[in-house]
Design a protein around this ligand. Sequence first.
Ligand code: PRX
Length: 684
Amino acid sequence: MADKIYYPNSELAKNAHCKSLEQYRKMHDRSVNNPVAFWSEIAKEFYWETPAAEDKFFSYNFDLTKGDIFIKWLEGASTNISFNLLDKNVKSGNGDKIAFYWEGNDPDDYSRLTYRKLLEEVCRFANVLKSKGVTKGDRVAIYMPMILELPIVMLACTRIGAVHSVVFGGYSSDSLAERILDSKAKILVTSDGVWRGEKLLILKNICDDALNKVKKNGHVVECCVVVAHLRRLNNPQGTKPDTTGKTNGVNGTSNGNAPELPEIKWDDDRDVWWHDEMEEAEDKCYPVWMNAEDPLFILYTSGSTGKPKGVLHTTGGYLIYAATTFKYVFDYHPGDVYWCTADIGWITGHTYVVYGPLANGATSIIFEGTPFYPGNDRYWAVIDKYKVTQFYTAPTAIRSLMKFGDDLVKKHNLSTLKVLGSVGEPINPEAWLWFYNLVGHGKCSIADTFWQTETGGHVITPIPGATPMKPGSATFPFFGVLPEILDEDGHLVEGEGEGYLVFRQPWPGMMRSLYGNHQRFQSTYFDKFHGYYCTGDGARRDADGYFWITGRVDDMLNVSGHLMSTAEVESVLTEHTSVAEAAVVSKPHPIKGQCLYCFVTPNEGAEFDKKLQSELKTRVREKIGPFAQPDVIQHAPGLPKTRSGKIMRRVLRKIAAGDRNVGDVSTLADETIVDLLFQLRPQV
Ligand code: PRX
């Protein structure tokens, strides 16, 4: 069934930006054979204060043997992203168009922002940043929930050339501190807290802990701006939040049953309320013209050594790539209402909640809540409420919603949908078919978009009006992208076959470096196979040329679409005084895709009991974030190691999966350990 081909709906294809496979192929050929012509035509749709020099439009080196790696697009050009996303839309008559609908955690809590209002708010916050001494090139850390102030802060940074570094609001204070320290952020923007489902998160207190840790490590964040998101509910008139009292509403309503809000910590020398600062700020701010290769943002992603990598994206190339992928992959047309459920704290939220949609003058939804609150049909209710035309979500969400049965979906009118998107991990054919048949009524194209924080935008993906789909395959490369499959020795796998997924040449939106560590950038992505960008993923090409992503080939895990390294979890586990050694592997999980399975060797004399297991789980939650909590902590009196001391993770993965077929273990220093670990395996 998975090999059956699903053709784009002919109605959709008729009006699509790319209408056929033939047109896709022509455009793709041109984009890779003549990238300058292809992308300079697209660049003309945007405003450049100084246009790019034709002869310097594109240059790069992907081969470490020939010197340092570099990637440059639109050299010499200058522009401002917020100008292209906002002023340009307002000037072209779209000022009153809705840029964002905001749907709160509580269905009764919602609002909206037009392009004109968004521009004013962005300018006002840009002026606030300036008043705090933030200038071009300074880093601004952001730790916020899914509220409208979040894109406002990001775009305000771009207005004045500051570099934003958004840290996902589910990260712990340690993770936040580590990221603030690495980027040496001057200022932090957060909110007092947020409701997610029935859970209240006091973000400001997490920030306080993080800022104390940062200070102890020798860096001082001069100012922390706090949005009174929970406290705004205290003022029924909606003018100014009462920041003295406690909130009187749960989840955005004043139902009177709210638990009291815990106090938030406050440092008078450092902390200011957003509304106090915004009140006085002017709503006009002249944009700072940025060079195309000036940094736009840093976004941290897990690295296999455990230390997060500050992926650096720049201005010009990212703008045109985010805009173009959004336009074609979601086949966006004026009048559509697009919804991406990803948190802005991840790359999907950067490119496909903020930059891509606004660059196309689109109307989209920012959703604060969860798929399960107040009921398990929240996603379908939101699609129905806003008449969503493009819906972009993650396989883990689809799988978790499938289990509630079809009636919850059928209850809502989803007939406006045209394109469905999937991102973050491979989508299993069963979930694909459920999404296609039930949610999409068999008439929507599914864009299974393969990409990474590093790639900036989609790199392998179907195009809705053009690409015949195979459930579970990300299909073909986007414009400008040239994927290859290599074997272990770096030889090209031609035609059908499997191996390492690499890219031969850069597209405009790819990362330029790792912040403050170009060496690590080169060794992580360009040293394994000279001349190629190495994704760290495996892929298979089938007889029809379709790409199927087979998963990570390094020590990374993908839990519910969140990438993390085994090393970072292991280092948290071994910090515990009772733990001598730990090894973490992934285990297939029906909803999360993968979950964490940890083998723990206790210290001499330390007891491996329920208490230790729960302490270790809590510790990982606290040190990394709730999404990283291990599912299983197994007692391992020893670990399967080679004679040279290397842990054989493939054996541990088999034990975690309960698969006795462990393969060749003759290189192990002690083969008996395998049987022992099987015996100690908990019944899960
Ligand atoms: O392993 C691939 C998986 O997610 C990784 C990138 O994670 P991150 O940088 O956090 O970005 C996630 C959102 C773009 C990839 O290396 N991945 C992402 N999308 C897919 C996928 N695996 C299979 N199919 C996909 N569509």
